[in-house]
Design a protein around this ligand. Structure first.
Ligand code: C2E
Ligand code: CA
Ligand code: CA
Ligand code: CA
Length: 279
């Protein structure tokens, strides 16, 4: 795992020494980010295909550094994993998302689960279950309003651990979503063994959707699997009406993507929730 982590930084430099010092520098920057409110969460709504009713909202991490600009979570998470900052970062993300959802609830807005992403390493952090339970208590968010998104890789890494972890958190009512479905070594047996609530069809499968049976075969198969296992299926990355109409025909019931809404700053997400209440 260590080697793999290092590999990621080959991009920046080839020499070990400067890699180490770069890492140190980035660690310092990230530590500051955590302390200086440079991190935030944006929220992307999910909706029912037929009624447009809001069904959920996914929290997405943003880092805006004064000099580096916007740092993508795709870079930020692996960086944090390389240092021990991944622990406070996981907590910060979960805390912030749960607190926000609780605030929306207290404001009388529509009740929706907030979805929070956890990487393989975050999911396998010692005390993951305790951290989640403690955060729910601290933020006073009821478990059913939290959905935890993980990928197949996070499960495959250690099946026994994953089973136990899902079981204990499902028991208290937390939902789980299987993220990026249809990309990895998708195994239907995961759907059988694990009690997921939601299946998220990866964006790459939505982007190639065309009006012909061949290109839509994967999505059709996933929607059918979802139905057999009684799961909520969300298509990710829906950008246009054509994709939406094909998804409707394939009887996919929920969507997330630019077509419905981009990820929104907290204030804008609040406005979105306010509007979806009055309409
Ligand atoms: P993801 O979990 O698959 O999240 C969906 C990504 O697709 C987000 O990118 C979102 O902005 C983008 N997206 C949504 N709708 C559309 C669309 O219609 N078209 C296109 N082209 N893109 C769309 P983002 O926010 O850059 O996040 C990228 C990835 O970083 C996420 O992929 C997730 O794996 C990871 N990530 C984000 N926030 C967190 C976090 O708090 N913790 C962890 N562990 N990972 C995170
Ligand atoms: Ca996700
Ligand atoms: Ca995804
Ligand atoms: Ca993804």
């Amino acid at each position: 795992a260590k080697e793999q982590g290092r590999d990621r930084y080959r991009f920046y430099s080839s020499s070990m020494a400067s890699k180490a010092s770069l890492l140190l520098k980035l660690e310092g920057l990230l530590r500051q980010a955590l302390n200086k409110n440079e991190l935030s969460l944006h929220y992307q709504p999910q909706a029912d295909v037929k009624t447009n009713v809001l069904t959920g909202i996914e929290a997405l991490l943003r880092w805006s550094h004064p000099e580096l600009g916007q740092v993508s979570p795709v870079k930020l998470i692996p960086l944090a994993e390389e240092t021990d900052l991944i622990v406070p970062l996981s907590e910060w993300v979960l805390q912030t998302a749960c607190k926000q959802n609780r605030l929306w609830q207290e404001a009388g807005l529509q009740l929706v689960p907030v979805a929070v992403n956890f990487s393989l390493r975050q999911f396998h952090q010692p005390n993951f279950v305790k951290m989640v339970m403690r955060t729910l208590e601290e933020t006073r968010l009821e478990p059913q309003w939290l959905e935890i998104e993980i990928t197949e890789a996070a499960i495959a890494h250690n099946l026994d651990y994953a089973l136990q972890t899902l079981q204990s958190l499902r028991q208290i009512g937390i939902r789980f979503a299987l993220d990026d479905f249809g990309t990895g070594q998708t195994s239907l047996s995961y759907l059988q063994k694990f009690s997921f609530h939601t299946l998220k069809i990866d964006r790459s499968l939505i982007q190639i959707l065309k009006d012909n049976p061949h290109d839509s075969a994967m999505v059709r198969a996933i929607v059918a699997s979802g139905r057999s296992f009684n799961l909520r299926v969300v298509a990710e990355g829906v950008e246009n009406l054509q994709q939406l109409e094909i998804l409707q025909r394939l009887q996919c019931e929920e969507v997330q993507g630019y077509w419905f809404s981009r990820p929104l700053k907290p204030e804008d997400a609040t406005q979105f929730l306010v509007r979806s209440r009055v309409e």
